[in-house]
Design a protein. Structure first.
Length: 564
């Protein structure tokens, strides 16, 4: 997301006239011991980032798998009918809250703020700037979160009417919305804790929040679905949101207690790092809101279609987005490193970091998209076709998922590039503008196509709109952000797209040759993986060349052991 230059100006978080902070690199392994003064221990190289990425990815995969289990439970109990549509309208609240308060919004301005505060902690001032930042920001944010939750609960009838005016059972959606409105508070606190912990280079605890969240929803469904109907799912959302906060608070308290001043001259009454500029906050939140509004457009348009349309879109998105979520895990881990490099004025380090992250994220998501498109029908059949979820629902959901997956690279690039725009903690409107143009394209194309193509038109509009935003963000990378080498990045991404297209074609042929879902996936998956790697390697795409080069010695070593 668009920020200012990649230089060392940290004025957005510094008092007027104050001298720039002399910051030295500090990065720690996930959950390793703090260094002197309570700050992160010095980094020992990229191995810690790799370990952090692995831990985060593993826990994120666990959370995603539980998310699939949650959707399976929802499909089993309620199928893809009007009750599920009513809940999914209420589900818009936690979806919006997750984007604004956990995944994008808060993190994009709190991680740079905490990174600067941690750097100032090492200067030995009398007052710990990290604690000062928490004291200045957390109480005010809690009031805002609580007020938002109350307003959403009271305004639930109007919210439902605005989101899905054609919904048959609006009263059920209102009841569910009032329960999910608690996420405005719980997700806000969870996002605050996650941003603070990640800035401290603590990744394990924040990565567990979706594990406890989805587990709570599944448990609540199992206990209350027969008695409360689909309202049980909304109650599970409320319980899961509270558990996200409970899981993180002890770790954050330990980090705050470990920080202490080292004497010296008294610190100012309010250290500069505690001043979060309102304009920075609004630019970040507006970007996140525009990005999530794609879901609002989809729900609004789909509410006028036959019952089950919203459900088909939802199930298709949940499965298709798993590769994107995995691809962005690396960017989540490296965001504090990028923010620190921006604060230090290390432009080349920031450039290399962004280029590696974008290409690696593209590699992961395109491999996943190829697998999802090629094996769409057996994937949906295996995951959901049971209970109230019929073969007709499987066919409709799989078809929508194929169309939706065409925009996965755009979604991933937007998530990866946005971090570089906001890593410096400075005011920028370019990401909001790019996302706004993408939303206009999504809405316009959706209105024009929904009458003719139904849910397929909605999914295609989503893909086109987000790809437009990604293109604008990529073109905007320059001296005022992180000056990446755009032709180099585009060339590697083009090679990955070609590899994914060939892998999709061969994988689809394998999947269609078998009728049972498990054999079809066992044939499709390895075919997609092998084809993607070989084509990408032949095109000399960086990550795949490195992967094949590393695999060769490992295979030779394994063969020599076998011979002995």
């Amino acid at each position: 997301m668009i920020t200012a230059s990649g230089g060392g100006d940290t004025g957005a978080l510094r008092a007027p006239g104050e001298a720039p902070v002399d910051v030295r690199p500090q990065a720690a392994a996930p959950d390793e011991e703090a260094g002197p003064g309570g700050g992160p221990a010095p980094s020992r190289g990229g191995s810690f980032l790799a370990r952090a990425a692995l831990v985060t990815a593993a826990l994120s995969v666990a959370g995603s798998l539980l998310g699939l289990a949650r959707d399976q439970a929802l499909a089993h109990f309620f199928g893809a009918g009007t009750d599920t549509d009513a809940f999914l309208v209420a589900w818009t609240v936690p979806e919006m809250a997750a984007t604004l308060l956990i995944e994008d919004g808060l993190a994009f301005f709190l991680v740079p703020a905490f990174s600067l505060a941690l750097a100032q902690r090492g200067r030995g001032t009398g007052r710990d700037p990290v604690r000062a930042l928490v004291a200045a920001s957390l109480p005010r944010m809690c009031l805002c979160f609580a007020a938002a939750a109350l307003v959403l609960a009271l305004a639930a009838p109007w919210v439902v009417a605005a989101l899905a005016p054609g919904l048959p059972d609006q009263r059920l959606a209102v009841d569910c919305t009032r329960l999910t409105a608690t996420c405005a508070l719980s997700f806000g606190l969870a996002g605050y804790c996650s941003a603070a912990l990640r800035a401290h280079q603590r990744y394990t605890v924040p990565a567990t929040i979706y594990v406890v969240y989805n587990a709570a929803i599944i448990a609540t469904l199992a206990l209350l679905a027969a008695r409360w109907g689909v309202r049980a799912a909304a109650a599970g959302v409320a319980v899961g949101g509270a558990l996200m906060v409970v899981a993180q608070v002890p770790s954050l308290v330990r980090q705050l207690r470990s920080g202490r001043g080292t004497g010296g001259s008294p610190a100012p009454a309010e250290p500069p790092s505690t001043r979060l500029r309102t304009t920075v906050i609004w630019t970040v939140l507006l970007f996140a809101l525009c990005r999530q509004s794609q879901v609002l457009i989809e729900r609004f348009l789909a509410s006028s279609l036959p019952g089950g349309a919203i459900s088909h879109l939802n199930y298709a998105q949940k499965v298709a987005q798993m590769p994107m979520a995995l691809a962005l895990m690396l960017c989540t881990v490296t965001f504090p490193v990028l923010a620190r490099a921006q604060a230090e004025g290390q432009t080349l380090k920031a450039r290399d970091r962004v280029e590696r992250d974008v290409v690696m994220a593209g590699c992961v998501v395109l491999l996943g998209a190829a697998a999802v498109i090629a094996g769409a029908h057996p994937i949906i059949q295996l995951l959901f076709e049971r209970g109230a979820f019929t073969p007709e629902d499987t066919a409709a959901t799989a078809s929508v998922m194929r169309v939706y997956s065409l925009g996965l690279l755009g979604h991933t690039l937007v998530g990866a590039l946005a971090r570089s725009y906001f890593a410096g903690g400075r005011v920028t409107w370019a990401p909001v503008t790019a996302m706004g143009l993408g939303i206009v394209a999504t809405a316009g194309l959706g209105v024009l196509s929904v009458g003719t193509f139904g849910v397929y038109g909605i999914a295609a509009s989503n893909a086109i709109g987000i790809c437009l935003t990604a293109t604008l963000l990529l073109r905007g990378m320059g001296p005022r952000t992180v000056p990446i080498r755009i032709p180099k990045v585009v060339a590697e991404l083009a090679g990955l797209v070609l590899a994914a297209a060939v892998a999709t074609l061969l994988g689809a042929l394998c999947a269609r040759s078998l009728t049972a879902p498990v054999p079809a996936l066992l044939a499709c998956g390895p075919t997609v993986l092998l084809t993607f790697v070989l084509v990408g390697w032949s095109l000399r795409v960086g990550p795949l060349v490195s992967a094949v080069s590393a695999l060769g010695p490992a295979l030779r070593k394994l063969a020599s052991r076998h011979d002995r």
